[in-house]
Design a protein. Structure first.
Length: 188
């Protein structure tokens, strides 16, 4: 019941927190640095897992997934196209949400198509902190929970491991290449 002598209630008091919980497949809202990195890496790992599953299925079936004459080649190409399109769309969405957290227009994501500007833009998206309070693009996202922090640590460990494996394979191959090139030069 409305009491005429009662003070009006307002959502502007200190007890109201207009934050929201960002989601992985959400299109609108803001996205902080840590969630931006974790969400983008999660989408990338999902797509890589699907690619690996299709390639493994082709190997079990006894066919080469990369041979154009094989049956699995068109399937792999379709999966590759759909996965690439999905990754591109989600990357754009995450970039726009991250720019909105910086109180910038999402149209600036088009700078990712410009050489050198895309490098600067990637650094801005990864390292510049967003607005602490509400901005013109909506309320601030909630603070990062333990799950987001754990996912970040796992993603960073996976990246370090991947670069370690890549280095362990490429450095000896490069050294072998240099030795062969030197032997070839001596034979001339």
């Amino acid at each position: 019941m409305n009491q005429p002598y009662e003070a009006p209630s307002s959502a502007l008091g200190a007890g109201s927190d207009s934050r929201y919980q960002p989601r992985l497949f959400q299109v609108k809202g803001r996205l902080g640095r840590m969630r931006y990195f974790v969400y983008a890496m999660t989408i990338t790992l999902i797509v890589y897992a699907v690619f690996a599953a299709v390639t493994a299925f082709a190997a079990v079936a006894g066919q080469s997934a990369t041979e154009p004459g094989g049956v699995m080649f068109p399937v792999l190409m379709i999966v590759l196209a759909v996965g690439g399109l999905f990754t591109a769309v989600m990357s754009i969405i995450y970039g726009v949400r991250r720019l909105n957290d910086l109180n910038m227009s999402g149209w600036l994501i088009l700078l990712m198509l410009v050489p050198l500007a895309n490098f600067v833009m990637a650094l801005v998206l990864l390292f510049v902190p967003g607005s602490k309070a509400d901005n013109k693009y909506g309320p601030a996202p909630t603070a990062n929970g333990g799950g987001v922090i754990a996912a970040l640590v796992i993603m960073l460990l996976v990246m370090v491991g991947w670069f370690g494996i890549l280095g362990a394979v490429t450095i000896p191959a490069y050294q072998d290449y240099v030795e062969r090139a030197q032997m070839h030069q001596m034979q001339r």
